[in-house]
Every structure is written in C-alpha cells, then in structure tokens.
Design a protein around this ligand. Structure first.
Ligand code: 3AM
Length: 194
C-alpha cells in the first residue's frame, strides 16, 4: 500500500486565510512574473511537525500519541504578522508571514508534539522551531537578480499585524503532491484540553 505523506499543523480561521490571499496578491504584483509558486491560501496552516511518508498501519499509533499530547496541552493565542524569507532575504527560498507567541505555550505544544513523534521513530527536527505561515516558494529556476528583487520586496513591505489567532486544536493532515500544488486533507483533529 502507498505510504501517506503526513504532517501536523494548527488550522487557521477563514478570515485570516482571506487576508493571507490578499497579501499574496499584493506581493505577486511587485515580484518578477512567475518567480514564486504561491500556495493555495485555503491550505495555509501553522506546521508543528512534518512526518513525511508514513505506512498507513502507523496512523492509529500517531493518533493515540497526538490525543495524549492534546489532553495535556493548553490552548494559546498567537499574533500573525510581518513578512520574512527562509533562509534569509538575500537568498529567499520560502516567503512567509510570521507568528509571534511570547507566552511560550505554542513552543511547548510544538515540543510535546515533537517528543511524541520522536518516540514513534520520527527523526527529531534539527532546526529550531520558527513558527511561520508559508505564502509561497521561490522557483528553483529563478535568476539571482529576480531572487534579489523578491527579497527586496519582502524587506520593504511593512505588513504589521494581521490578527490574533486563538489556537484550540491541531490536526493530523495528509498531503498529496499534485502538479497544481499540494492538496491537504485533515485525517483527525485534536482539541487542546489542558
Ligand atoms: O508550513 P510549511 O508550508 O512551511 O514545507 C512543508 C510544509 O511546511 C513542510 O511540511 C509542511 C507541509 O508540507 N515540509 C515538506 N517537506 C519537508 C521536509 N522534508 C517539510 N518540513 C521538513 N522536512
């Protein structure tokens, strides 16, 4: 049987997704044509952990482990705003909107999810958790002049705060890669009950 490509993420409210679509359109107008693959705004989410290819038989154990995390984790409120690029503005690969949560509960949730998945055999993420909402990915074929322009536009755009999100659940999501972009299907949602 085909493995499932899975990840764990916090879903976002519809009005925020509409704002994100507006930001995408505003940026697209200023950037070299076709230089960025914009993600489908309906699928924008806050990723907590990417699992990747997973045998279907492992899904019940993942669900059980995530349910246990959710029973202990507290809901949190985070702010969405400002723009940036990974790895940086000079070499932009991913264009994102930032997520700020000074209280540390989001970080704690991500660490709890990470540990639970490491216990199930997934590799621990080597990089520090940088919560973000991906707007688009710079195409590999983009000439360095165009990449520089993308970084300039992102650096010059003062987005400010788009809104606050009350996160009271997270989801296990299946991703199917298609030529038109990734299609996401939630397999299970977990309410934060701590
Ligand atoms: O939240 P974003 O969109 O940044 O980039 C992928 C996306 O994150 C990330 O998992 C989310 C759902 O696809 N992703 C994809 N492949 C990955 C990998 N090999 C990955 N994250 C880490 N390692």
């Amino acid at each position: 049987m085909e493995p499932l490509r899975l990840f764990i993420a916090i879903p976002l409210p519809e009005p925020l997704l509409r704002q994100m679509a507006q930001v995408q359109r505003a940026l697209e107008k200023q950037m070299p044509a076709g230089s960025v693959r914009w993600v489908n705004p309906e699928g924008i989410h806050l990723t907590l952990k990417f699992l990747g290819d997973t045998p279907e038989g492992k899904v019940p154990a993942i669900r059980d482990a995530l349910a246990a995390v959710a029973r202990r984790a507290v809901p949190c409120t985070f702010t969405v705003g400002d723009l940036g690029c990974f790895p940086n503005l000079r070499r932009p690969r991913v264009v994102w909107v930032g997520v700020q949560e000074p209280g540390g509960q989001l970080q704690a949730l991500q660490e709890a999810v990470e540990s639970a998945m490491v216990s199930l055999g997934y590799p621990r993420e080597g990089r520090k958790f940088s919560p973000h909402l991906t707007l688009g990915r710079v195409r590999d074929s983009v000439p360095s002049r165009d990449a520089a322009r993308i970084g300039e536009v992102v650096g010059a755009t003062a987005l400010g705060t788009l809104g606050e999100v009350r996160a009271d659940s997270f989801a296990l999501i299946r991703s199917v890669l298609k030529p038109t972009g990734a299609e996401y299907t939630p397999l299970a949602e977990f309410r934060l009950e701590g």
